[in-house]
Design a protein around this ligand. Sequence first.
Ligand code: ZN
Length: 257
Amino acid sequence: MLRWAEFIQGTDMRYLIVSDIHGNLAAFDAVLSAAPEHDQVLCLGDVVGYGPDPHECIHRLKALPHAGVAGNHDWAVLGKLNLEDFNADAQTAARWTQEQVSPEDLAFLSQLPDRLTAGDFTIAHGSPRHPIWEYILQTSTARANFAHFETPFCLVGHTHVPMIYALQDDRPNPRCRTFTPSEEIVLDLANAPRMIINPGSVGQPRDGSPLAAYAVLDTDAQTLSFHRQEYPVGETQRRMGELSLPARLIARLSFGW
Ligand code: ZN
C-alpha cells in the first residue's frame, strides 16, 4: 500500500480526492470507475452515515491505496459524539449504521486522524480550526480558518457543497474570495493564492445536483480539477427503502439537496 509519507517526500502522484461517501456504494463505485488514473485516494471523512452500504464502502476504501481523516458521522458511529447533536434522520441512520459495521470497520474508523498535514496540503473534514464539526459555508468562516493551517492549501468536506475560498493577500486586511468550482475549472496550484478547497460529496451532494462530486490532484502538473459523475441514484434509494432508512434521506438524493 502506498503511504501518505510518499506525499511528504515529494513523490509526484495523482490523487483522487473524495469526501462524504456516506455509505453510498453505487456512487463511490461510479466515481472509482470514471475517475482518471490515480495513485492514491484521499478521503476527507464521513465514509459512513446516511447510506445503505457502510461496511462495503469502508471495505472498498481499505482495499485501495489511501489516506484520510475522520468526519463527524464516522465519530458518531464510533460513539465519540453525542447522537443528540445530530438531527433526527441523521441519528436514525447513525444508529442503524452502528448495527451494520464490523469490529474491523470500527477499528478502521477509529485509526483515522482528525487532521493531516502533508506537502502543500492540510486535510480536515470540517475545518482546520475545528476538524470534526465546523462547517465552512461563509466567507467570514473561511477567512478566519486561514490562520489555523500553515500550508498553502487546505482540503475540507462536511458541507457537501463544492467550493473554493481564496485568500487575497493584501495585508493588513486580506480579503477572501469565493468561487464555485466546475468541470471547466482546472486550478493551477503553482500560481495560486492560499486556498481552502471543498470537492463536494460523493454520496449525498447538496448543491442542487444529484451527481457525485470529486476532485483530482496532480502534484506533477500542480493542478487540481473538479468532476461530477452520474450514478444509479435509484439503486441506492431502492436499497435504502428496503432497509427502512428515513424517507427524507432517500428523497434528497434525487435532487442533490
Ligand atoms: Zn457528511
